[in-house]
Design a protein around this ligand. Sequence first.
Ligand code: DAH
Length: 329
Amino acid sequence: MLMLEKLWNIIENEIENSDNINMLNEIKIKYLGKNGIFNGYMKNLKNFSFEEKKKYSIIINTVKKNTIFKINTKKIELNKFIIKKRIEQEKIDVSLPGRYVKNGSIHPINYSINIIKKFFYTLGFQSVNGLEIEDEYHNFNALNIPKNHPARDHHDTFWFDENRLLRTQTSNMQIRIMKSHKPPMRFIFPGKVYRNDYDSTHTPMFHQVEGLIVEKNINFSHLKWIIYNFIFNFFNKKVSLRFRPSYFPFTTPSSEVDIMTDSEKWLEILGCGMVHPLVLKNVNIDSNVYSACAFGLGVERITMLRYGISDLRSFFENDLRFIKQFKYI
Ligand code: DAH
């Protein structure tokens, strides 16, 4: 009896002093397990008289019950403590300054393309991007630039094989769209084009926006009106323009358009003209019924003029100090 009281004191102490769940589990096994101390006591009772057995088993069971209760209570206490500690560790200090998230900005070339699109949308044009990997037919032949045509020499083409190439001009889209759509139509085709060229005024990849109108009775003066108004809109002022007669195999008559720069020099910014009847024939459009005009514009050029950028290559060097200067409203 006295021994059991002492044992209870020991057990209570042990439980009290355990500071983690593992220690508590060990205590549980030690006292309450199959080969634990309480079972040992019960086994020993077999040598006692019936009366003693009855008396001691009640006491043993009471201490056992108390032990179970005490262990469970301690377990709850320890769990609470663990959770509290974790909450403390994971606590967020809302008074700390937030992390700075850097905002990117739109590349000046994309910004220009967006301005161009907006202008042409107001005139009822649709915009289509088109593929950059093209075949010889759509990039050259159908545009009246057959093999051995001198106009090909200007293009310095990147070929994949005998037939496939990186398009050298967005004019390929004229063919594709006129084949897949019925006139009347008004389209612009912004996108990347590729030529094997690299210096301060040429990069192997650059951007063009092609324009195409196929309608009854469309003529060169419509084309002129559109180009004048587009350029005034893009530069936000009335700049001086010059239409200079030129030659492109897919337009006749053809013209290049020069702009007067701040340093009082003419600079070529686009090519344009009335789509050649042979090209219309290639896409099964009757040139007696419909006429078509087109233009092709270099996006880098006009962007450089708009922002006073002197080296074309700076667009593509990914120098953040350059890109970050462009803040748009
Ligand atoms: N594709 C020509 C080039 O890359 C530009 C051009 C000229 C496009 C006249 C046209 C055009 O649509 O009519 O140099």
